[in-house]
Each structure stands twice: as structure tokens, then as C-alpha cells.
Design a protein around this ligand. Structure first.
Ligand code: NDP
Length: 326
């Protein structure tokens, strides 16, 4: 019997509810492979799963993203072999661990030029930047957009991708150091949203017009300022809750502020289809291979330090991407 180290959550709460446990891992079942993780991606959604903002049946594993090596195939798995380097960023929770069984159909083969750490930092955040900029509101060269938390994991990828597409990205960031980092990755302007009036600055930077789209993952704290930054018939993309969920509101608000559109997208509805997911991943990995998008693993934590990793992420002490190393 194989043994696995896994992080389990037995009750919702702060980072301290996570515990590393050792358990038996059965042989992979039909359609599954057994993976040995080499790097695990830390994503803000993991905090929502841990805190109970996105409730899961308990006890639960945690984590959506990892890179690693196939150790064994279950019955019926084709096109993969032990030793293959693979990664994933959707599927059942449980990436925080050193080994697991996982559905083969959700795996992506990793290109030679992308390290395991880079892959674990890139798939979920990179495919999020992909669907936001290329699908939810497909940006066009010459447009100006507002992207919150521009120095974060998703943010730094979005800055680079927007620049590559000829888009003027106005970012927001929580400190001057973070603002500089976002600029170094392609943001044209960065607003210090803990000090400055976001909508006022956006109006100044757009000749009073506002932007056609706001990508907002901060949620509660930025909601009003985001709506007020939009041009008439602009699109509000609210895709996260780093500061807490957006409070209930009346649809009349959208009318009063300029016949605005609103969407609350999630990655899983954009890459749930395998063909679409593989095409999106190919586009992302190609931009990385060509040096258009630089990966940004800026924090590394041992899996045993998972509590400290969550404290850092929620405490706004990280920039770019973070990986956990089993
Ligand atoms: P980040 O690395 O961007 O970390 C979150 C950042 O949010 C912080 O670094 C901080 O940057 C900013 N922030 C603003 N207010 C707060 C607050 N009160 N508490 C904590 N952080 C705050 O995380 P990720 O790249 O992993 O994810 C970015 C966002 O995108 C998250 O909200 C996540 O849930 C969302 N997301 C949504 C997806 C979807 O499909 N809907 C998919 C992937 C991510 P600063 O200090 O500069 O303000």
C-alpha cells in the first residue's frame, strides 16, 4: 500500500484549521493515475475553500493545482505512461499533498521548457488571465482596461498578456513596491487603491470616459469604485472576493451607472471542455516558451508550512505566484 501526505480541513476557519496527515493511498481506480506531486500551486480560491466562503462537505482535501510525475496507471487509461510530467488545475480538491489518485482526462502534459514549479504557478492563474482577457471580455489593441490586484498571481500574468495584446492596462496595487512590480510587467498605470480614489483616477486617465471593462477580484472593497470607473454600457467582471464578497445590490444600480453589464465568471466554466482547455493551455504555454509571459514564483513554502503560506497570501504579503513544495 502506498502512503500519502495530505492536507485536510476538518472544520472551516482560519489557516490553522489545515493539518498535514498521513494516510493510505489505494491503487488508482478506472480512469485514474497515481501522481507524485513535485510542486503545488497556491491560489486565493484555496482560502475560500478553507474558510467556508465556498462551502465543501467536510472533512475535505484542499488545493486545485499541482504539477508532478505519473507513478502508476489505473485500468483504462490511454495516452499516458508512468514517468510522464503532467499538471492540472481543475478537478476534485486535494492538490495539497505529496501523492494522490487523479482523473487522467483532466491532466495536461507539461512542455519540456516549463519547469514543474512554473507549471504549478501558471496553469490556474494563467488560464484565468486567458479567459478574462480573451473570452469574457475579449480585449482589443488600443483599449484601456482596469485590472485590480495587478501585482498578484493572476495580476502579473494579466499585465504581461494585456501589453502583448496592445492593451493599456490600468492596474491597482496595495503598495508602491507592488505598483512598480506591476509596471515592470506591463501595466501602463497603477493606482494605489488604499490611498487614491480609483474611479476618480480612472476618469482622469481616460479623459473622463471611463473604461469598457473592469476585472475585479477584490470584491467588497472595490465594488463601488469599479462600477464608477466604467464607461456607458461597460462590463463589470467580478471574479473574486479577496476583501470579502460583494454585498447584495439592486439591478437598478447598473442602470443608474450607465446601463452596465455584469458577469460573475469562474474558470471552470471556461475550461471544463477538454478541447477548449487544451487549446487554452497551448496558447498559454506558447507565450511562456516565447518569453512573452514570464512566470513569477516569488514565494516558496514547504508543504509542512502551509499555514504560514495562507497567512502570507491573505495578509497581502505575497506578490506574483506562490508554490508549496511537498
Ligand atoms: P493574488 O496573488 O492576487 O492575491 C490576492 C491579492 O488581492 C492580494 O495580494 C492583495 O493585493 C489583493 N487584496 C486586496 N484586498 C485584499 C484583502 N482585503 N485581503 C487580501 N488580499 C487583498 O491571488 P490569486 O492570483 O490567487 O487570485 C487573484 C484573485 O482572483 C482572487 O480573488 C481569486 O479568488 C480570483 N480568482 C478567480 C478565478 C475565477 O475563475 N473566478 C480564478 C482564479 C482566481 P494588494 O496588496 O496589491 O491589494
Amino acid at each position: 500500500m502506498t502512503r500519502a501526505q495530505v492536507v485536510r480541513v476538518h472544520g472551516f476557519g482560519g489557516p490553522e484549521v489545515m493539518a498535514l496527515e498521513t494516510e493510505d493511498l489505494p491503487d488508482p481506480g478506472p480512469g485514474e493515475v497515481r501522481l507524485r506531486h513535485t510542486a503545488v500551486g497556491l491560489n486565493f480560491i484555496d482560502c475560500y475553500h478553507r474558510s467556508g466562503l465556498y462551502p465543501m462537505p467536510l472533512p475535505t482535501g484542499i488545493g486545485l493545482e499541482a504539477a508532478g510525475v505519473i507513478e502508476a496507471l489505473g485500468p483504462g487509461v490511454e495516452g499516458l505512461a508512468p514517468g510522464d510530467r503532467v499538471g492540472y488545475c481543475i478537478g476534485p480538491l486535494g492538490a495539497y499533498g505529496d501523492r494522490r489518485n487523479f482523473p487522467a482526462e483532466l491532466l495536461m502534459k507539461l512542455p519540456d521548457g516549463v519547469s514543474d514549479e512554473d507549471a504549478a504557478s501558471l496553469m490556474l492563474q494563467g488560464l484565468t488571465a486567458w479567459y478574462l482577457l480573451r473570452r469574457t471580455y475579449p480585449v482589443k489593441a488600443g483599449e484601456t482596461v482596469l485590472f485590480h490586484a495587478a501585482a498578484g498571481g493572476v495580476g502579473l500574468i494579466a499585465c504581461q498578456w494585456a501589453k502583448h495584446l496592445g492593451v493599456r492596462l490600468i492596474g491597482t496595487a496595495g503598495s508602491p513596491e507592488k505598483a512598480e512590480l506591476a509596471k515592470a510587467h506591463g501595466a501602463a498605470e497603477v493606482i494605489l487603491y488604499r490611498e487614491e480614489d480609483v474611479a476618480g483616477r480612472v476618469r482622469e486617465l481616460t479623459g473622463g470616459k471611463g473604461v469598457p471593462v473592469v476585472y475585479d477580484s477584490v470584491g467588497k472593497d472595490t465594488w463601488e469604485g469599479s462600477l464608477d470607473s466604467l464607461s456607458v454600457r461597460g462590463l463589470m467582471v467580478t471574479f473574486g472576493n479577496a476583501s470579502g464578497p460583494v454585498p447584495a445590490f439592486s439591478p437598478g444600480v447598473l442602470s443608474a451607472k450607465g446601463s452596465l453589464f455584469l458577469t460573475r465568471p469562474t474558470l471552470f466554466h471556461y475550461i471544463g471542455d477538454k478541447a477548449e482547455r487544451d487549446a487554452a493551455a497551448a496558447e498559454l504555454f506558447d507565450l511562456v516558451a516565447r518569453g512573452v509571459i514570464r512566470t513569477n514564483v516569488r514565494q516558496r513554502f514547504a508543504l509542512t508550512d502551509v499555514v504560514a503560506a495562507h497567512e502570507a497570501l491573505e495578509g497581502r504579503r505575497t506578490v506574483g505566484s506562490t508554490v508549496l513544495l511537498p
